[in-house]
Design a protein around this ligand. Structure first.
Ligand code: GLC
Length: 642
C-alpha cells in the first residue's frame, strides 16, 4: 500500500510513473515539524536504502546529504556522492519505506546528531512524500519499484568485460589494448573512449588527427568482436563555429544566469555552457546529437560530469580578479589567505549552482532547487532519443550522476573510487542499496580509478566484478597501468575473465528477472534471513538472485576469509585452468580458503546454477561470438553446479 502526501508546491521530477491520489490523513509513520521529518529509533532499528551512498548497507550512524556531487575522494567522512536516491526503508517492530521526491538538497541524519533519532530535512519544503507499507522488506521494495517504473535494460554485449582508461587517446592506443588482451588470450567485449577522443573536448566530435577514419575504425574493432564506448560530458565548449554550441545559443538551450544570459562555467574544454536538460526541447535537441556517433557505428555511451561538475566559473574568477587588484601583495597577509581559500573553493561552488536558472515548461526555476535532476535528465535525453533513433537495437547508457527515475533510461557507475581495498567493500555495499532504488545496470571502476593499483588488488576486485552487470576496469590519468595484461600473472587474470563469460548466461538471467519482477538482483542477507540474528548484521556477503551468495575477499595478504552461512550451502570455487571445486558446508561460520586466482561463490542447498563449460568458453572458433555475447549456447554447453 502506498500513500502520497504533498508538501508545498512540488516541482515535477517524473521519478514516479503511477498516479497515486493525495492522502489527506496525517503521516503516522514519521513526525513532521519545523520542516523536518523525524523518527525515534529503538536499539534494533535498521535503515536501508539511499542508493549510491557512503558507508554501510544499514545506513544507521551517519549523515548523508542528497546533493549530486563531483566527489573524487570517497573517504568515510563524505556525505554526498554523485547520486541522490531519497528512498529508505525503516525496519523496527513496524516496517515501512519512504521516498522523498524532492530534487533539491535533502539531509538524512540517521543517528548522527542523536544516535537514536532519524531527522530528514529538505532544503526546500516542496515535494511529494510516498510512504510504502508492505508485508516485509522485499514486498516494500517491489511496490516502490512498481511506483517508479521498470529499470533500464542494457544490451547483452554490455555484460561482457570492458576495459577503460583515462585515456586511450589515439586509435593506435586502442589497438594496443585490444592486442594486449588478445595476445594473452583474455576475452574482452568493449573498450571505452575517455575525453581525449574528442576534438578539444567538444561533445559529439571525434579528433580526426587521433582517430582518422573513425567509422572504419569502429567497424574494424567491431569485427574483432569489440564495441567502442565513448564518453559524453555535460558541458558544451564555447567556441565559435562549433555547431552544438551555436545551436544551443541560438535556441536558448543553455542554462541561464539571473539576467537571462547563458551561464559560463569551465570544465575539461575550458569555458562551457550547460545544456538545460530540464527543458524538454533542449533535452530533445541534445539527445538527437547522439545520432552523430550512432551513425559512426557506436552502440554505447557513458555520460559524465553531469552533477554538473564545475571546475570554476567566470563569475568566481571575476571575483578573485577583483580581490587581487585591490590587494597589496607585500602587506595584506589576511587578504592573501582569503584569496587562497577562494581558489580552493572554485570547484562545484554553491554560489554557481545558485546563480543558474532552468526553463521548465516555460517557468524559470533556480538550479539549486532542482540540482539533483540534472544528470538524470542528461541521460534521459539520451534514453528518449535512443527509443526513437534505435528502436530495435538496445544502446548502452550509464551515467555518473543520477536521481530516482533515471533508472528507467540508464545504468550508473559508481564514479571515481580509488585503488583501495576498502573500496572493494564499498562497491559491494552499494549494490543492494542501488537495486532498492531501481538501478540494476551498475558497477564500479574495477581495480580502482584513482591511486596506483597493485596486482593482487586488481585480481581480488575482478573476482567481485565478475558478478556485477557492468564489469569495467577503469583508471585515472597518471596512475599505474592496470589493464589485466600489464601484470605478471596474466594466466590468472585470463582465468578470472573466463569465469565472467562462463557465468554470463546466469548473470544476465538474474538481471532480467530483477528487471521484469521489479526485484533486487543483489540482496543483503538481512532481507533474506530476517530472523537470523547473525545474518542480519552481515555486510560483506550478498545474495545474488535466489540461489547464490557471494562473499569476495577484500583484504590484502590473505589466503581466504570468514563467511557465515545462514543455511547449508555448497562452496564453489572457480580455480585455475577452468576447474570448479565444490564442497558442502553446514550452516555456521567457516574460514574458506580462496587463493588470489580463484573466484568463490556459494549455492543454497538443493539448488544449482548453470555455467558454460570451460571447453566451450575457450574454443577459439567461438571467441568472437563469446566476446560479442551473441552466442546461442546449446544445453550441452552448460554444466550445472551446486
Ligand atoms: C571523471 C570521470 C572519470 C573520467 C574522467 C576524465 O573524473 O569520473 O571516469 O575518466 O572524468 O574524463
Amino acid at each position: 500500500m502506498i500513500k502520497r502526501y504533498v508538501f508545498g508546491e512540488p516541482i515535477g521530477t517524473d521519478a514516479v510513473i503511477c498516479e497515486i491520489s493525495i492522502s489527506t490523513d496525517e503521516i503516522n509513520e514519521l513526525r513532521y515539524s519545523d520542516g523536518s521529518f523525524s523518527y525515534d529509533m529503538s536499539e534494533d532499528t535498521k535503515v536501508y536504502g539511499l542508493g549510491e551512498a557512503n558507508r554501510g548497507i544499514n545506513k544507521r550512524g551517519y549523515r548523508y546529504v542528497s546533493f549530486c556531487s563531483d566527489e573524487p575522494s570517497h573517504t568515510e567522512d563524505k556525505e554526498s556522492l554523485y547520486g541522490a536516491h531519497n528512498f529508505i526503508i525503516i525496519e523496527d517492530k513496524e516496517i515501512f519505506g519512504v521516498f522523498f521526491d524532492n530534487p533539491g538538497k535533502v539531509t538524512f541524519d540517521i543517528g548522527y546528531e542523536d544516535i537514536n533519532k532519524i531527522v530528514i530535512t529538505p532544503k526546500y519544503p516542496d515535494m511529494n512524500v510516498y510512504i510504502v507499507n508492505g508485508d516485509d522488506i522485499l514486498d516494500i521494495v517491489r511496490q516502490f519499484r512498481k511506483l517508479i517504473g521498470k529499470s533500464y535494460v542494457a544490451p547483452k554485449w554490455a555484460f561482457g568485460f570492458g576495459q577503460c582508461r583515462w585515456s586511450y587517446e589515439t586509435s593506435d592506443r586502442i589497438d594496443e589494448v585490444i592486442k594486449g588482451y588478445e595476445e594473452n588470450d583474455m576475452l574482452i567485449s568493449s573498450v571505452y573512449m575517455d575525453i581525449d577522443y574528442m576534438e578539444r573536448y567538444k561533445d559529439f566530435t571525434v579528433s580526426d588527427e587521433r582517430f582518422p577514419n573513425f567509422k572504419e575504425f569502429v567497424s574494424k574493432v567491431r569485427n574483432e568482436g569489440i564495441r567502442l564506448v565513448p564518453i559524453i560530458d555535460a558541458g558544451v565548449k564555447i567556441e565559435n563555429g562549433y555547431d552544438v554550441y551555436e545551436e544551443g545559443v541560438n535556441n536558448n538551450y543553455f542554462v541561464k544566469d539571473k539576467d537571462g544570459n547563458d551561464y559560463v562555467t569551465a570544465v575539461w574544454p575550458g569555458y562551457t555552457h550547460f545544456p538545460d536538460f530540464l527543458n524538454k526541447e533542449a533535452r530533445q535537441w541534445f539527445g538527437d546529437k547522439y545520432k552523430i556517433l550512432l551513425d559512426e557505428g557506436i552502440e554505447g555511451f557513458w555520460n559524465d560530469m553531469n552533477e554538473p561538475a564545475i571546475f570554476y566559473s567566470k563569475n568566481k574568477l571575476e571575483e578573485i580578479k577583483k580581490s587581487l587588484s585591490e590587494i597589496d601583495i607585500e602587506n595584506d597577509d589576511d587578504k592573501l589567505l582569503d584569496i587562497k581559500w577562494k581558489f580552493n573553493e572554485l570547484a562545484n561552488n554553491g554560489d554557481d549552482y545558485n546563480a543558474m536558472y532552468h526553463n521548465i515548461d516555460g517557468k524559470v526555476v533556480n538550479h539549486d532547487r532542482v540540482h539533483n535532476l540534472y544528470g538524470y535528465n542528461m541521460s534521459r535525453a539520451a534514453g528518449e532519443a535512443f527509443e526513437k533513433l534505435s528502436p530495435d537495437k538496445k544502446i548502452l547508457m550509464f551515467s555518473r550522476s543520477s536521481y530516482i527515475g533515471m533508472h528507467r533510461y540508464s545504468g550508473i557507475w559508481m564514479g571515481d573510487n580509488c585503488s583501495w581495498w576498502s573500496h572493494i567493500l564499498l562497491n559491494l555495499k552499494m549494490l543492494p542499496s542501488l537495486n532498492m532504488c531501481g538501478f540494476l545496470y551498475i558497477g564500479a571502476d574495477v581495480g580502482g580509478f584513482g591511486s596506483n593499483a597493485t596486482e593482487d588488488l586488481v585480481m581480488r576486485w575482478m573476482a567481485l566484478g565478475v558478478f556485477t552487470p557492468l564489469f569495467r576496469n577503469h583508471s585515472a590519468l597518471g596512475t599505474r597501468n592496470q589493464e589485466c595484461y600489464q601484470f605478471t600473472r596474466t594466466k590468472d587474470f585470463k582465468n578470472i575473465i573466463d569465469v565472467r563469460y562462463r557465468l554470463l548466461p546466469f548473470i544476465y538471467d538474474e538481471y532480467m528477472k530483477a528487471v521484469q519482477n521489479d526485484d533486487m538482483m543483489f540482496r543483503p542477507l538481512a532481507f533474506e534471513y530476517s530472523e537470523d540474528k547473525m545474518a542480519i548484521e552481515i555486510e560483506d556477503q550478498l545474495m545474488l538472485g535466489e540461489n547464490v551468495m557471494i562473499a569476495p575477499v577484500y583484504t590484502q595478504n590473505v589466503t581466504g576469509r570468514y563467511v557465515y552461512l545462514p543455511e547449508n550451502m555448497t562452496f564453489v570455487k572457480f580455480v585455475k585452468d577452468g576447474e570448479i571445486v565444490t564442497e558442502k558446508l553446514d550452516k555456521g561460520v567457516h574460514y574458506v580458503n580462496v587463493e588470489l586466482n580463484e573466484v568463490p561463490l556459494f549455492i543454497r542447498e538443493g539448488k544449482k546454477i548453470k555455467v558454460v563449460k570451460h571447453s566451450v568458453i575457450t574454443d577459439n572458433n567461438l571467441r568472437k561470438e563469446i566476446m560479442e555475447c551473441s552466442i546461442e549456447y546449446k544445453e550441452e554447453d552448460f554444466e550445472y553446479i551446486g
